[in-house]
Write a new protein. Structure first.
Length: 552
């Protein structure tokens, strides 16, 4: 009898599917994972949210789930900082008899390592070229399909994943997710140099069975950058079971994304309360779906919707060499830039601007987010995690005194002056700075909540330049007498019918005015929403942002 998980219509999660990491130099990344660790580069494709960036997949001969390490290499990206709320290490299973071999191999290739012991097994920890912790656990795990061209002899070859390690402030919410929702079992705990390590085991057999969680109360959160692990994906059998997980996790309050087509698997994403980002990915269709097994990784593979842009994409991505075949892909030589400059956020007229997501120096699309009255830039910037679109730089200016203008947006305009003009000028200054960084207004989505949503709509109405899109969570136009063609600008507006701050009549009149001036307006009224943002609104914002990124 097949065991069932706590979510109806599913079986317990088997274990790990893949791990996704941000890298910097693409060739160094290829050489470490394929030539040092001996993993096959099974697929060369692009980031579907940013087709000017590669997406590399490494694994066994065919790239079976539980062996796949994936990387987005952003040249010259600033190094991340490990911390709570993220996965910090990925461990491979290695043959017990290979310990001396791997120590010698890493030393000969110039990689320092540290030795430890974990749950009775010996562990080597090494940093990859971007500092990502890769661990080898010597425990004679189940062999995988070896890659015949690997520079590592078959008897010493890595055997897929053993586990991942996440750092958190509190283990309990992860236990609630893994055991309470996904059918893992708790396999034990022990002291760790950072705190207390608890191990959770998936229901499957073979590779990638464990998720380790180290509790570090009060320690700082991680800072995402090159070398940071973006997310860990868990396995599900098929689309039907994934749909059941989507429904069950949504009902449990995890706010999973809609299903995303990743060409070689289908995915949903969600965070647990500490901030660790999980994915549930299907086993099918797999990496041989568009390449023969003997040619996996030989060609730059694009999804069908990017094929008409192949020439442009190939001209933009950097040159790389897949050592297995000696083939060169891409045509652009890497330039030299400043990682510090890439991380700098514009200073709009002395207003502090907070940044997240892709460094400005590597981004071609941006989202400018405006907080509500009494809120803050860091508050609204947390939507970057919810939107989860890695192509975007996210910027959030901070209003003086946490308010863009003193009175309700319904008050006579002169009563909100000169603060309103200063707020509009702040938005304009941020957009001007983005343009100097190579991100024009048509590549920018402007969004906001409450007072920030009103300001975003007002700026778009008055600006006289076409934005990539506008997102207004609980907002309306401040003035209704503006004119000018809005040139098909995509606009999303959402509100509750009884929102005390945004009268429904003003919301509807604002949408009608924008639509009459040529904007493509999607306006939705959500009974019971209150004065907040719901999952459906975030999905709508994500669609507008994906539309902007997809036009590049």
């Amino acid at each position: 009898m097949t065991p069932s998980s706590p979510i109806p219509g599913t079986t317990p999660v088997q274990g790990l599917h893949h791990v996704t990491v941000m890298a910097s130099d693409p060739q160094r990344n290829i050489d470490f994972y394929s030539q040092t660790l001996g993993q096959r580069l099974v697929k060369v494709t692009v980031n579907f949210d940013d087709p000017g960036t590669y997406h590399f997949y490494y694994g066994d001969l065919t790239g079976q789930p539980g062996t796949i390490m994936t990387h987005f290499p952003w040249p010259d990206a600033k190094r991340g900082v490990r911390g709570n709320g993220e996965v910090v290490a990925t461990a491979y299973s290695a043959p017990r008899a290979g310990e001396d071999y791997w120590k010698a191999r890493l030393t000969e290739q110039g990689f320092a390592f540290r030795e430890s012991e974990r749950f009775g097994e010996k562990v080597l920890t090494v940093g990859d070229p971007d500092g990502t912790w890769v661990e080898l656990i010597f425990e004679d795990g189940q062999p995988v399909r070896s890659w015949p061209a690997s520079p590592v002899p078959a008897e010493h070859a890595l055997r897929g994943f053993h586990s991942v390690t996440a750092w958190v402030g509190d283990t309990a919410p992860v236990r609630d997710l893994l055991v309470g929702q996904l059918g893992f079992t708790e396999a034990g705990s022990e002291p760790d140099a950072e705190g207390t390590r608890t191990r959770f085991q998936g229901s499957g057999e073979g590779v990638g069975l464990f998720v380790d969680v180290v509790e570090r109360p009060g320690k700082p959160r991680g800072n995402f950058g090159a070398g940071s692990i973006h997310h860990v994906a868990l396995r599900t059998r098929d689309d039907a079971e994934q749909e059941a997980y989507l429904t069950g996790l949504g009902a449990a309050g995890y706010r999973p994304t809609p299903v995303q087509d990743r060409q070689y698997f289908h995915s949903i994403y969600f965070r647990e309360p500490n901030g660790v980002l999980f994915e549930i990915a299907t086993d099918a269709p797999g990496f041989p779906d568009d390449e023969r097994v003997e040619e996996l990784g030989k060609h730059l593979k694009l999804p069908t919707w990017f094929e008409p842009r192949r020439a442009t994409i190939e001209a933009h991505v950097p040159k790389i060499v897949n050592r297995e075949y000696g083939v060169t892909l891409g045509t652009r030589d890497l330039g030299v830039g400043s990682a510090e400059e890439a991380q700098a956020a514009p200073d709009a007229q002395g207003v502090q601007v907070y940044a997240a997501g892709r460094p400005l120096g590597q981004a071609r699309v941006a989202a400018v987010l405006l907080h509500g009255r009494g809120g803050s830039a860091p508050d609204i910037l947390s939507l970057a995690d919810e939107l989860n679109l890695s192509a975007f730089a996210y910027l959030a200016p901070q209003a003086e005194g946490n308010s863009w203008y003193p009175l309700s947006f319904l008050a006579p305009v002169q009563q909100n002056q000169p603060a309103l003009d200063r707020a509009l000028a702040t938005v304009d200054a941020v957009l001007n700075e983005l343009e100097t960084q190579g991100i024009p207004a048509q590549n920018v989505v402007l969004g906001g909540f409450s007072q920030g949503a009103c300001l975003a709509l007002e700026y778009a109405s008055r600006a006289g330049r076409k934005l990539g899109g506008v997102v207004a969570f609980s907002g309306g136009l401040i003035t209704l007498d503006q004119t000018g063609d809005l040139h098909g600008t995509p606009v999303f507006m959402g509100v509750a019918p009884d929102d005390a701050h945004i009268p429904l009549a003003r919301f509807e009149e604002s949408a009608a005015q924008l639509r009459a001036r040529g904007a493509q307006v999607e306006d939705r009224v959500y009974p019971g929403l209150g004065h907040t943002i719901n999952h459906d609104e975030l999905d709508a914002a994500r669609r507008i942002m994906q539309g902007v990124a997809g036009q590049l």
